[in-house]
Design a protein around this ligand. Structure first.
Ligand SMILES: Cc1ncc(COP(=O)(O)O)c(C=O)c1O
Length: 417
């Protein structure tokens, strides 16, 4: 079972909540991202429920899906934001998130981004190197401010997930190595414009085994205890994001409660507030990518292809991470066929499904590429001169266009003669 409860068949038509997907495609065109507001809200509530007994603060990791309506939906529920750039900070502020609920991450923040964050009054900047701490101190001094910072620790825990989304291993670029911490703490005593308020980690994404979190949290707790002995008043322990979702019904995600069961007893004893930064968990199964079948064709071996009007420019995850997405026919069929579902882009990696049993749909019909809410629209590109697709938000029977489809004029608007 996918966790896409708000996408369901009524008779033989796939709906989002109370709205038929074929009608959305007729109204808004394809490719089209369709997001269920109720699904966003339900995922957030499930997360909050799991960690309810722990004093904590959840910061939605905007990088997973930065549409203003998505950010606003979470903000209205009291959620904060984790941002990774000046652009994401701008989006969070535009969506109405209070600056004191925003935390600023990123391994390579530019001086102007640091200044923007400080002027905006974010809760904290998470520093990932000694050089960055010095830069934040200098910029805070120039602005006559004291910067609240967390240090992101690299716990050297290699979580089992796709190698491109493991971030807690010391051979990766993220965070400060444990061996450097004595120097970091000594430096923090000297720098006059910094206040250390948090310790932070993020070990990767789509992590199924809670034990990786336990191992990394134990390291964070050791560092927390040492920092206390050194006289630092840590207020926040940030555990990061990475909680898994089900993309493939054959590989169901570990329920969020299992992570809570392991983490709450460890963290409760600290007496400080815990920050979580879920991205994928909150949004992945709230959206589908609607695409129309342009052509069916066969090769000499009899292999069948569905050529659809969406591609890796809208959803790059299969090409980038070999990730699985269910592909459902919007009008269900009794017959199925083994086929590849491929896009129109000039790359062999431009596919959504390979050698998959798929409903025997006809040209002109629609497919829904499921679980397309996280790291999908945000990674879309204009490669091959493609227009970024429109996005709609569905709530019950209500439909709202939340991003217009790009136009040819927009494709060239920043170019000079
Ligand atoms: C620092 C940080 N926090 C949170 C996240 C969100 O991860 P996920 O979407 O897996 O929850 C990421 C994703 O890469 C990240 O880099």
């Amino acid at each position: 079972m996918l966790d896409c409860n708000y996408f369901h068949y009524t008779a033989n038509t796939l709906n989002c909540d109370e709205v038929r997907l074929d009608e959305l495609a007729d109204t808004f065109g394809t490719p089209l991202f369709v997001t269920s507001a109720k699904s966003l809200i339900e995922s957030y509530k499930a997360f909050e429920h799991a960690f309810a007994s722990l004093p904590h603060f959840t910061c939605y990791s905007v990088k997973a899906n930065y549409n203003l309506s998505v950010i606003r939906t979470f903000a209205e529920l009291g959620c904060g934001c984790d941002v990774n750039s000046g652009g994401e900070l701008y989006r969070a502020l535009q969506a109405g998130v209070l600056p004191e609920k925003i935390i600023f991450a990123g391994v390579g923040k530019k001086p102007e981004e640091i200044a923007y964050a400080l002027k905006s009054g974010v809760l904290m900047l998470k520093a990932e190197s000694i050089s960055e701490l010095k830069a934040i101190d200098r910029i805070a001094g120039e602005l006559a401010k004291t910067a609240s910072v967390a240090i992101r620790i690299n716990p050297n825990v290699t979580a089992e997930t796709h190698p491109y989304i493991t971030t807690g291993d010391s051979k990766e670029k993220f965070g400060i190595d444990e061996a450097e911490l004595p120097e970091v703490f000594a430096l923090l005593r000297q720098l006059k414009h910094l206040r250390l308020i948090g310790l932070d980690m993020h070990i990767g994404s789509q992590i199924f085994d809670p034990e990786y979190y336990v191992a990394a949290t134990m390291k964070l707790l050791d560092i927390f205890n040492s920092s206390k002995e050194l006289g630092f008043a840590i207020e926040f322990l940030d555990i990061g994001g990475g909680f898994p979702v089900t993309y493939d019904p054959a590989k169901p995600a570990t329920p969020i409660g299992h992570f809570a069961d392991k983490l709450i007893p460890l963290l409760q004893q600290t007496g400080v507030k815990v920050i979580f930064e879920p991205g994928r968990y909150l949004v992945a199964n709230a959206s589908v990518l609607l695409t129309r079948i342009l052509y069916k064709k066969r090769n000499h071996t009899g292999k069948q292809f569905f050529v659809v009007d969406a591609g890796m420019t809208e959803l790059i995850r299969p090409a980038l991470y070999q990730s699985h997405h269910e592909v459902l026919a919007v009008t269900s069929h009794k017959q199925s066929v083994v086929a590849d579902v491929v896009g129109p882009i000039c790359e062999s990696s431009d596919f959504f499904a390979r050698h998959r049993e798929i409903d025997a749909a006809e040209e002109g019909e629609l497919f829904a590429v499921m679980s397309s809410g996280a790291y999908a629209a945000v990674m879309s590109s204009n490669y091959n001169g493609r227009l970024r697709p429109a996005e709609v938000l569905v709530n019950g029977s209500e439909v709202k266009l939340v991003r217009k489809r790009e136009t040819y004029e927009q494709l060239v608007q920043n170019e000079l003669p």
